[in-house]
Design a protein around this ligand. Structure first.
Ligand code: MN
Length: 287
């Protein structure tokens, strides 16, 4: 099942190149009052909502995917977790590029662990990326994103993938500099999730997915998740050894070699095997 959020917070099922409005199924969600339970309500109740989503979609008239504005399919994560230097070839390019390393001795995820991206940085492809500090280098990082379904703490590697509700494409946008990652990668619009959630049953092996990103017509990054240093299961086990994961939490799994700058006016086209493709326009903040 492919689930998107679009336009004025409609929920849709994606079938082929069309979106079927399934918003009526949200009536099945429990009404919330403060303090709301941690996590994303749609993802938390996805298993019970699936029949209602299908039924609502069956009753609706399709619209082309290209005719809507796609938002982040997760609305309310408790956290967005990032994986620093989780591909060896990205380590090599980071060590070779002074505009990335800024004189620092770059290591891998084995040394750094994980980092957090501000939840307020999260957007969907239709909203685009608004660059700040355009006198500095702003880079794209395309990554497989995992969305947690069943939460938990101290999750074992063997159980880890059963905690994934869905996969999506993540863009971990980054302004290069000496500040902490959480600041440089936490800017408004610097976390893009889309184009939709592909439920985990449709992805046989998340550690064997081709993916790429083009900027305008130029291929910048092209790899396969089999090159991950910490694979998908290990990322979940590792993260949950520090903190409880909640439904809707997003883990961006790290980026391969080929990171590079974007500028206002560019369009990024990201694709992951089995998930789909999304186009993300780049503009200047305030423009
Ligand atoms: Mn990254």
């Amino acid at each position: 099942m492919r689930i998107c959020r679009y336009d004025d917070d409609k929920v849709g099922l994606v079938r082929g190149d069309d979106i079927f409005d399934a918003t009526a199924a949200l009536d099945q969600l429990p009404s919330l009052r403060w303090p709301v339970p941690a996590g994303d309500a749609l993802v938390a109740h996805l298993d019970v909502l699936k029949p209602a989503l299908e039924a609502a979609a069956d009753d609706s008239h399709p619209v082309p995917v290209a005719s809507v504005s796609l938002k982040s399919p997760v609305a309310n994560p408790t956290k967005i977790i990032g994986a620093p230097v989780n591909y060896h070839k990205h380590l090599e390019e980071s060590r070779a590029d002074a505009e990335i390393n800024l004189g620092r001795d770059i290591k891998t995820i084995d040394t750094y662990g994980l980092f957090m991206k501000a939840n307020s940085s999260l957007v969907g492809p239709g909203e685009g990326v608004a660059l700040r500090f355009t006198d500095r280098r702003n880079d794209h990082e395309v990554e497989l994103a995992m969305v947690i379904g069943t939460g938990g703490s101290d999750i074992s590697r063997d159980d880890a993938l059963s905690h994934v509700a869905a996969y999506a494409i993540g863009l971990d946008m980054t302004v290069r500099g000496t500040e902490d990652r959480s600041l440089r990668k936490g800017i408004d619009t610097y976390s893009v999730l889309g184009p939709w959630l592909v439920t985990a049953d449709e992805i046989e092996n998340p550690d064997r997915l081709d993916f790429e990103i083009r900027v305008n017509d130029e291929i910048r990054q092209k790899s396969n998740t089999e090159m991950l240093i910490f694979d998908c299961a290990r990322l979940i086990a590792y993260a949950s050894s520090f903190m409880t994961l909640y439904p809707g939490d997003i883990i961006m799994t790290g980026t391969p070699e080929g990171v590079g700058p974007v500028a206002p006016g560019d369009t990024m086209h990201a694709w992951i095997e089995g998930i789909g493709e999304m186009s993300v326009p780049v503009r200047a903040h305030g423009a």
